[in-house]
Design a protein around this ligand. Sequence first.
Ligand code: ADP
Length: 268
Amino acid sequence: MTAGPILSIEALRKDFRTNNGAPVEALAGVTFDIPENDFVCIVGPSGCGKSTLLRMVAGLETATAGRIDYRGEMVSRPRKEIGMVFQEYSLLPWRHVLDNVALGPEFLGTPRARREAKAMEYLRLVGMEDFSRAFPHELSGGMRQRVAIVRALANDPDVLLMDEPFGALDAHTRILLQKELLRIWENHRKTILFVTHGVDEAIYLADRIMVMSARPGRILDVIDVTMERPRVRAHPSYGPLAERILAILEQEAAASFRDTAAAQHGQD
Ligand code: ADP
């Protein structure tokens, strides 16, 4: 018997209302499955609904229509099996690093000694054990994101949702963290859904890349990245793959620019 997908997203739609009551169609009929242990990246034009999609999978937003299942069970609220890492500023500034990482186990009622031991173990995983008593403002951006990642891992989720987690980092730190994330993913067998606007980042990380349309977001293309790991950016398949994705994104950006211009013209 083959196991079903760990996540199944079916005809998902999300409409918002702006402050003045105007409707905003964020997602329009998004459907895809994610097999367990896959590393999936989502790329798409800015504002196409990537964060909305991730927040819905995390149980932080409700669907207007359609559904999301985790191991066959509908996701309707946050659950500990699905963890989330945001772009930045997600650590609690008044708690030192160890207490930030131990937050999830603390909510679950894990006794102090056990949750601190577990948090230290995770900090060692990313070389941050010497900073356990530091506060977030004392850390570099890269260090803060290492802590944010292991804080999510400390809940032992099966699925890790990552919303442009390395977007605010300098190029060198970003590459280091990409490598660390792959090491964690390979050793801990998580399923990762990773939003990025970096096509290069998606090719470096993903088993599969989903390319979204301009808003309202739909999946335009699903690309299997079959290059062997560890990947090298000088691989001959790297450039053509990047070109293919960038061509789709460029077309989408142009279409959305035309729509915006037409809407503005209509208002004149
Ligand atoms: P992305 O992550 O791809 O940049 P988002 O998911 O953040 O896009 O947003 C998709 C669209 O939905 C945008 O037009 C955004 O303005 C709109 N949107 C997102 N959240 C809300 C909200 N809470 N209320 C109203 N509109 C929203």
